[in-house]
Design a protein around this ligand. Structure first.
Ligand SMILES: Nc1ncnc2c1ncn2[C@@H]1O[C@H](COP(=O)(O)OP(=O)(O)OP(=O)(O)O)[C@@H](O)[C@H]1O
Length: 359
């Protein structure tokens, strides 16, 4: 069992603060993903945990013991890199055995561990091949087998799939998730791909500019964003300017009763494209009504996407399994409904004001 605590971790490169004081607690066996845009500090955080670089302040604690004063090779960490970082002059088996040699395992035990690791990543029988004779996906499987062969306490993965094509990415991410679950190894996974993060993680940490914006399960991050940044970064989110005033919500020229919105201020309403209902029809739930014009319809088979101009701004809507009436709407006016339970309100600082569900 290996949980990981990170407390007040800060790092600067010269004058530039890259990690602003990160606090995390990752449970034993958890698949924990660092998600954020390029340059937000994900790799720096991962490399600091691995011991490839040192923090300016803060602590890294595994199983209750500080590891941040240990050199990288004493931290018992397996690492998988974006560019595979396997040795071209070594065979597949030699690559996988690499970390075991440093641990001076007897030959028979080492061979057994190599066999097991290759089986785990579905590369049985490839022992004698060289990496150049393998595909990108297979090379990354070697990287994964090598990291796992040492039975590390922590597995760290830095964008392991980003050099692979879309189909392979999905296949390998499923394999990574299966192996991680089977072995119950505490894993920190770095990606800037939000769909990948939603698909594999137990919890996601959304990062921005060296700070943690939100930590939650994929469901919480997608459905209950607590910061505007997380709302906009994960999936597609519509934002419209609005006003709160005396228990009412004002969007464009429309005004709706909204318990809890007393203080007068400028806010934003946020909602997902799949929650926009086109055409004004009787509904069981409470909704906001807005008039809009359809600027563009994109038919994608099982769904259609709509670019709409409302009086409060541009939005995107998505309709599943659209009928033919819904395809021929370009240039036409339309009434739209936004279920109150599905909208989220943010203030000017990007902090959550309240959700429609919590009225
Ligand atoms: N060795 C270094 N010296 C100076 N600045 C660095 C160094 N390494 C990274 N940085 C800077 O620190 C910031 C964070 O980089 P980092 O690689 O951690 O981000 P990231 O979120 O992993 O981004 P990406 O997804 O592009 O890899 C960036 O602005 C980067 O330019």
């Amino acid at each position: 069992m290996a949980d990981l605590k990170i407390q007040g971790l800060a790092k600067s490169y010269r004058d530039v603060r890259v990690l602003e004081g990160i606090d995390l607690h990752i449970a034993s066996g958890e698949f924990f993903t660092l998600l954020g845009p390029s340059g937000c500090g994900k790799t720096t955080l991962l490399r600091t945990i691995a011991g490839f670089q040192h923090q300016d302040r803060g602590e890294i604690i595994v199983k209750g013991e500080r590891i941040d004063n240990k050199p990288a090779h004493k931290r018992d960490i397996g690492m998988v890199f974006q560019d595979y970082a396997i040795f071209p002059h070594l065979t597949v088996a030699e690559n996988v055995a690499f970390g075991l040699k440093a641990r001076s395992l007897p030959k028979a035990a080492m061979d057994q561990r190599v066999d097991e690791s290759l089986k785990m990543v579905r590369l049985e029988g490839y022992h004698a091949r060289y990496p150049a004779e393998m595909s990108g996906g297979q090379q990354q499987r070697i990287g994964l087998a090598r990291a796992m062969a040492i039975r590390p306490t922590l597995l760290l993965m830095d964008e392991p799939l980003s050099n692979l094509d879309a189909k392979l990415r999905i296949e390998l991410r499923e394999d990574i998730r299966d192996i991680q679950r089977r072995l119950g190894i505490t894993t920190i996974y770095v990606t800037h791909d939000q769909e990948e993060a939603l698909a594999v993680s137990d919890r996601i940490c959304v990062m921005n500019k060296g700070n943690v914006e939100q930590i939650g399960t994929p469901f919480e991050i997608y459905r209950k964003p607590v910061r505007r940044f997380a709302a906009g970064f994960v999936g597609t989110m519509n934002f419209l300017p609005a006003r709160a005033e005396n228990g009412r919500l004002m969007v464009g020229s429309q005004s709706f009763p909204f318990a809890g919105l007393q203080a007068e201020r400028a806010i934003e309403i946020a909602f997902r494209p799949e929650n926009v209902i086109l055409a004004n029809r009787p509904l069981d739930e409470e909704v906001l009504h807005l008039r809009a014009e359809v600027r563009k319809v994109t038919f994608l088979g099982r769904e259609a996407h709509y670019m709409l101009t409302t009086e409060a701004g541009e939005i995107v809507a998505q309709v599943a399994d659209p009928s033919s009436d819904f395809i021929d709407m370009e240039g036409k006016p339309v009434d739209i409904c936004l279920p109150l339970a599905k909208i989220v309100l943010f203030d000017r600082n990007g902090d959550l004001v309240m959700t429609g569900a919590a009225r």
